[in-house]
Write a protein that binds this ligand. Structure first.
Ligand SMILES: *Cc1c(COP(=O)(O)O)cnc(C)c1O
Length: 458
C-alpha cells in the first residue's frame, strides 16, 4: 500500500486526517501508531511491532485477521454485482441470503431484518421504526424512548442521543427530543451497601419509576446493551435483565437489545439477550456480523412489530444507499457460515470463556485492581488507588490512560474507559494466546503501579 516511512505517514496524518474520537492537538504532538497488516489475533505496526489485539479492532473482528474466505466472498461479489439497491421493489441474492441466515441464528421471534451500513444507522432505523409502529397502532403520542446514562448506541444524532455519553451530548445539542435516560446497572460504582442482586433490582426499577414519571402511554421503548461495551464492559447483576423484561411486559413497551457488541457469540451465546434471558422486540446488530471486513449493520425486527408494519401497508420512508450492500452482505453471509461451520460460538461458551474467566480473575490479585469481571470473551479491570474499597482515583481517567499506553508498549491492545481497562479479543483466540494476553496486561499493570507509586497518585 505504501513505501512511506513512519515519520512521513505520521506527518501526513496529522496534516490531513481528522480521526474519530481523537484530540488532534495530542495526536499531532505524539504521532499516530500506524497499523499496516494483521494476521489471526496479531497486529503489525509500521515499525514492525507485533501487538496482540485484545480489542478485536473495535469489538468487531470476531474471526480474526487474514481470513481468505471473507476476502474472496467480497471479491467474487464485486465482480458479479458490486452494487445495487433494494429500494423500489428490487433485491439481490446476497441481501436475501443474509436476511435468511440472520433469521436462522437469531431468536425465534425474529423473521425480518432491515439492513444498514453500521450500528449507528441501525439505531437510527430503530428510533424511526418504533415511532412509526406506534403511529400505525393508533398511539402516536407513544414516542419517548428510554436509554441509560453511559450507554453507547452510536455516533449519529439519534445514536448519540440514545446513548448516555455526556461529552457526546454536550457537542451538538443532544439528546434529540423524546429520548430520556435512567441510571446504569454499574454495581462497582453505584452499588453502595447493596448486594449485586439487590442493586440489580433497584437499577431495573428505575425504569418503572421513569415510565410512571413520564406517563405510561407516552413511552414507546427501552433500549440497553446486554453488557455495556464502550461504557466500560459493565456486566449487570443477574437480577437486572429479568426485571427489565418484566417491566417492559407490564407496560407493553418495546424492548430493544442493542447487540452490536454482544451479538454473534461475544458472551458465549449467539446473542446477549439469550445469555441474560430477555425476549427483545428489536435488535440492532453490526460489528461481528461481518467480522469488520466490510461495514454492515441491521435491525432485527420481531414478528410483533413486523406484522403491524406489513399488515397496515404504506411505505416506511427510510433507507440508506448502502442498505444491504451486495459485497458487505456476501461477506456477512460467509462470516455467519464460518461461525456455524467452525462452531465458534459453542467454542467460546464451552472452552474459551472458562479459561478466559480464570486467567482474567487472576489479575484481581494485583494491588492496582479493585475488581476483575468477565463474561464470555469480554473483560474489565477496575483500577483503584486502594483495595479493597470500591473507590476511584481522584482525577478519573489518568491512570487508565497510563496503563493503556503501557499495554501497547508490552505488545497488547487493551482500551481504557476512565480507569477501567477493558478487553474483547477475537473469538478465535487460542487458550495459549489468552495466557499471553493476560501476562502482557499483568506486566503493564506492574509498570502502571510503579508510576502511580512514584507520582503518589491517590
Ligand atoms: C459500536 C456500537 C454502535 C455503533 O455502531 P457503528 O457501526 O460504530 O455505527 C452501536 N451500539 C453499540 C452497542 C456499539 O458498541
Amino acid at each position: 500500500m505504501t513505501s512511506r516511512t513512519t515519520a512521513e505517514l505520521q506527518a501526513l496524518d496529522a496534516a490531513h486526517y481528522l480521526h474519530p474520537f481523537t484530540d488532534h492537538r495530542q495526536l499531532a504532538a505524539r504521532g499516530a501508531r500506524v497499523i499496516t497488516s494483521a494476521d489471526g489475533v496479531w497486529l503489525m505496526d509500521s515499525e514492525g511491532h507485533r501487538i496482540l489485539d485484545g480489542m478485536a479492532g473495535l469489538w468487531c473482528v470476531a474471526l480474526g485477521y487474514g481470513r481468505k474466505e471473507l476476502a474472496e466472498a467480497a471479491h467474487r461479489q464485486m465482480l458479479e454485482l458490486p452494487y445495487y439497491n433494494s429500494f423500489f421493489q428490487c433485491a439481490h441474492p446476497p441481501a436475501i441470503e443474509l436476511a435468511q441466515r440472520l433469521t436462522e441464528v437469531t431468536p425465534p421471534q425474529f423473521r425480518h431484518v432491515f439492513l444498514t451500513g453500521s450500528g449507528s444507522e441501525a439505531n437510527d432505523t430503530m428510533v424511526r421504526l418504533v415511532r412509526h409502529y406506534w403511529r400505525l397502532r393508533g398511539e402516536p403520542g407513544r414516542n419517548v424512548i428510554i436509554g441509560r446514562w453511559n450507554g453507547y448506541h452510536g455516533s449519529t444524532m439519534a445514536g448519540a442521543s440514545l446513548g448516555g455519553m455526556q461529552p457526546m451530548h454536550e457537542q451538538g445539542g443532544l439528546p434529540i427530543p423524546g429520548i430520556v435516560h435512567i441510571n446504569q446497572p454499574y454495581w462497582f460504582e453505584r452499588g453502595g451497601e447493596l448486594s449485586p442482586a439487590e442493586f440489580g433490582l433497584r437499577a431495573a426499577r428505575e425504569l418503572a419509576e421513569k415510565i410512571e414519571e413520564l406517563g405510561p402511554r407516552r413511552v414507546a421503548a427501552f433500549i440497553g446493551e446486554p453488557v455495556q461495551g464502550a461504557g466500560g464492559v459493565i456486566i449487570p447483576p443477574d437480577t437486572y435483565w429479568p426485571e427489565i423484561q418484566r417491566i417492559c411486559d407490564h407496560y407493553g413497551i418495546l424492548l430493544v437489545s442493542d447487540e452490536v457488541i454482544c451479538g454473534f457469540g461475544r458472551t458465549g451465546s449467539w446473542f446477549g439477550c439469550e445469555h441474560f434471558g430477555t425476549r427483545p422486540d428489536l435488535m440492532p446488530i453490526a460489528k461481528a456480523m461481518s467480522s469488520g471486513y466490510l461495514p454492515i449493520g441491521g435491525l432485527m425486527v420481531a414478528d410483533r412489530v413486523a406484522e403491524v408494519l406489513i399488515d397496515k401497508g404504506g411505505e416506511f420512508a427510510h433507507g440508506f444507499t448502502y442498505s444491504g450492500h451486495p459485497a458487505a452482505c456476501a461477506v456477512a453471509v460467509e462470516c455467519i457460515d464460518i461461525l456455524r461451520r467452525e462452531r465458534v460460538v459453542e467454542r467460546v461458551r464451552d472452552e474459551l470463556a472458562g479459561h478466559f474467566a480464570a486467567r482474567w480473575a487472576s489479575l484481581a490479585a494485583h494491588p492496582l485492581v479493585g475488581e476483575a469481571r468477565s463474561v464470555g470473551l469480554l473483560g474489565a479491570l477496575e483500577l483503584v488507588p486502594a483495595r479493597p474499597a470500591r473507590r476511584f482515583f481522584g482525577k478519573r481517567g489518568e491512570v487508565g490512560t497510563i496503563c493503556r499506553d503501557l499495554c501497547v508498549e508490552n505488545g497488547v491492545v487493551s482500551r481504557a474507559v476512565r480507569d477501567t481497562m477493558i478487553c474483547a479479543p477475537p473469538l478465535v483466540i487460542t487458550p495459549a494466546e489468552i495466557d499471553e494476553l493476560v501476562a502482557r496486561i499483568g506486566r503493564a499493570l506492574d509498570q502502571t503501579a510503579a508510576v502511580v507509586a512514584r507520582e503518589r497518585r491517590v
